[in-house]
Every structure is written in C-alpha cells, then in structure tokens.
Design a protein around this ligand. Structure first.
Ligand SMILES: Cc1cc2nc3c(=O)[nH]c(=O)nc-3n(C[C@H](O)[C@H](O)[C@H](O)COP(=O)(O)OP(=O)(O)OC[C@H]3O[C@@H](n4cnc5c(N)ncnc54)[C@H](O)[C@@H]3O)c2cc1C
Length: 351
C-alpha cells in the first residue's frame, strides 16, 4: 500500500515513523513530502521548549487536552526506547509559582485546575518552593505538579529523521494541492492509496487554521541552579523557565495572534527577560545564546484535529501543545486508519 505523509513536522515525522514500523507487517511504502530541505530546522516543531504538561495546559484548555496529554506521557517513555538515537526526556514534575503581589493569579490557576479535575489532589500539591528549589526560596509558596515532564524537540525531530531512512523523502517540494490518494506539486502529481496531511499552518487553504506567533529565548546562566520546570503566574506576562543540562535555560513563550515569522521583538524580550530576572537575580549575568520565533497551527476551537476519510487523513491544530500531544494523536490516527482498512477488507470479502 502506497502512503504519503505531507509535512515533516512532529505530526508528520511521528506518523511516518509509526507507519514505517508497520511496513513489513502490512506492506506499507511511505513517502514524505516537505517544502523545506529534509535537514532544515524551519518547521514549528524545532521551536518548542519541549514542555510536556497536560496539567498546566488545563488552565486554558479543555479536558481533552489533559486526557490526550496523559496518554502521550505513557507513550513517550515506550516510544523513545524504540529510537536508535537517545533523546533528552525527563519527568521530574513542575512548579507553578507567583510573586507575593500576584498570589491571586496562583490561586486562580489552582481553582481552575481543581474545578476541571475531580482528582486534582493526586497530581497537584501546594508546597513551599524551597522544598524543591533552594534558589527560588524568595517566591515562598507554589504548586508542585508531579507528573509533568520535558523533552528536547530538536533531538526528537533529529532522531525521528534518522528512523525514516527507509522512507522516500521528497523535500524542497511545495505541495500545491492534496486530495484523497493524490499529491500535487509544482513539478507534477503523484498517486497514493492514502495521503496524510500534516502541513501545520501550511494547510490553511483546506482548514480554518490561524497562526499563533511564539517567541522563546535560550539563556546560558552559570549563576542559576534550577532543576524543575518553573512557571511564573503574572497578570500580564506569564513565563516558564525550562532548565536544560549545562546551565541552559529556555524562557518563553509569548503568544501573539499573528502569522509573523520576523525576529523576536524588543517588547517580548523585555517581558520575558525581566520576568526571568524577577525569579532569579542570577539571570542578570546570563548570556542570550539563541532567540526563536515560529507560528503554532491553531483551529478556531484551539483543539487538535484527527480526521480520516477514505484515502485522506489529516492531523492538525496542534497549537501550543504539539510536542505533548503528538504520540496520542498519531496513535489515534493509526487506530482509525486500521479500522477503515479492516472494514474495507471485510466489505470486499463479503460483497
Ligand atoms: C515558541 C514555541 C514554543 C512552543 N512550546 C511548546 C512546548 O513546550 N510543548 C509543546 O507540546 N508544544 C509547544 N509548541 C507548539 C508546537 O511547536 C506545535 O504545536 C507543533 O510543532 C506543530 O507541529 P506540526 O507538525 O503540526 O507543524 P509543523 O512543525 O509546522 O510542521 C509542518 C511541516 O509541513 C511542511 N509544510 C507546510 N506546508 C507545506 C506544503 N505546502 N508543502 C510541503 N510541505 C509543507 C512544513 O515545512 C513543516 O515541515 C511551541 C510552539 C512555539 C512556536
């Protein structure tokens, strides 16, 4: 069976990988299309801080995100073991905190989570921040979200690319149209049994997508020793600080309703950096080693879409939690795909 995956972001790569793992059993031949070079890091999926936080996302999102996110948190450790390249992943839990004057924001966060999640106490525990992070003592109180984790998205994208060496890559190739069983490009059209559309914002001619700009700064801060992913609640600019090995901290991320890929603005830099500095004075001497901008693909309800009709599948609308949701969405896609194929076989045998 000939399958095309269009778009090699996290959704496309993870789907192509899982399909190619089934290729011996089901005879799948997978072809991947992307408008960029297969080694480029232009896709939105190279931008994230790699926060895996089903719980914290609940504040703004529906419980579906929490459920899908929890499923991904079960799949990630299993799937990562199947990759030949090691990917940085850890599940230490995360902290949510606020400055004394903004305690109402922290309480609001806790109230929302408690309202949305009946068994909230299993996952969220009020703590003194010093219990987990000695250097953040001055923040006083906070919440510990025990199941939250983080991953290195660049490492993950690279490792997935390596697993796809048996697939055919058609890169530097803009797909101008796709339909059930057909991919049209500027050079010509290709026929397949199934086409999976994973183009992110690039699918906006076919889906009511919008782009949501996000900005993130990478800091090297030898004077800071924080181990846990930390979120700061604030009435205007909320930030997260994601610790990585070797005193690297990722500080993000803005959320701006605009399809704007231009460099990080002064306003955003000031907001992100002053919030980080307010959490730990050691960020004052940090070096900004990288700034990242990209646009998240979002649907009107901000929920992800998995849609399969005969010959055409779509995964999109991954919005602010694409790295978190990818395993669960890919699993859902494969289950529906297999059900359709089985149904067709059953129908063919019985007709
Ligand atoms: C600053 C920032 C921080 C983020 N932090 C997190 C985080 O901590 N945790 C988390 O879970 N999520 C996070 N996200 C969200 C996450 O990055 C996205 O949800 C996810 O990357 C979307 O993946 P995708 O595969 O749908 O799209 P993309 O990664 O955009 O991939 C789409 C692919 O399709 C290709 N394409 C598009 N159009 C065409 C065409 N016409 N022809 C051929 N190819 C095409 C593109 O080149 C691209 O490779 C963050 C996003 C940003 C911007």
């Amino acid at each position: 069976m000939k399958l095309a995956v269009v778009g090699a972001g996290i959704a496309g790569r993870m789907l192509a990988w899982r399909l190619s793992k089934l290729s011996e059993q089901f005879g799948y031949e997978v072809t991947i299309f992307d408008k960029e070079d297969c080694n480029s890091q232009e896709a939105c999926s190279f931008a994230p801080a790699g926060i895996l936080s089903p719980l914290a996302e609940l504040e703004m999102a529906e419980t579906t995100i929490f459920e899908l996110g929890n499923r991904s948190m079960k799949l990630y450790p299993q799937w990562l073991k199947e990759l030949s390249q090691k990917v940085f992943f850890r599940q230490l839990g995360s902290l949510v905190t606020a400055h004394k004057n903004d305690r109402v924001e922290l309480q609001h966060f806790y109230n929302v989570i408690k309202r949305k999640l009946k068994n909230c106490d299993e996952y969220v525990r009020p703590i003194s921040i010093i219990e987990k992070e000695a250097e953040l003592e001055m923040l006083g109180e906070g919440l510990f979200l025990s199941t939250e984790g983080q991953i290195d998205p660049i490492g993950l994208m690279t490792a997935l690319k390596q697993e796809l060496s048996d697939c055919k890559w058609i890169d530097n190739c803009l797909v101008t149209e796709l339909n059930a069983g057909e991919v049209k490009t500027e050079e010509g059209s290709y026929n397949f049994d199934w086409v999976f559309d994973c183009r992110g914002v690039g699918a906006k001619n076919d889906l009511p997508l919008r782009a949501v700009r996000g900005e993130l700064l990478w800091l090297e801060a030898p004077d800071v020793n924080i181990e846990h992913l930390t979120r700061l609640m604030h009435p205007r600019y909320r930030i997260y600080i994601v610790p990585r090995p070797n005193n690297i901290y990722l500080v993000g991320a803005t959320e701006i309703e605009s399809e704007d890929f231009s460099p990080v603005s002064v306003r955003s830099s000031l907001e992100l950096l002053s919030a980080a500095y307010s959490v730990h004075k050691g960020f004052g001497e940090a070096r900004i080693i990288k700034s990242v901008v990209n646009c998240r693909p979002a649907l009107p309800d901000n929920l992800p879409l998995v849609q399969l009709e005969k010959g055409l599948g779509r995964i999109n609308g991954l919005y602010r939690h694409g790295i978190l949701l990818a395993p669960a969405l890919v699993e859902k896609t494969l289950t529906s795909f297999q059900a359709i194929i089985d149904n067709e076989k059953h129908y063919a045998i019985n007709s």
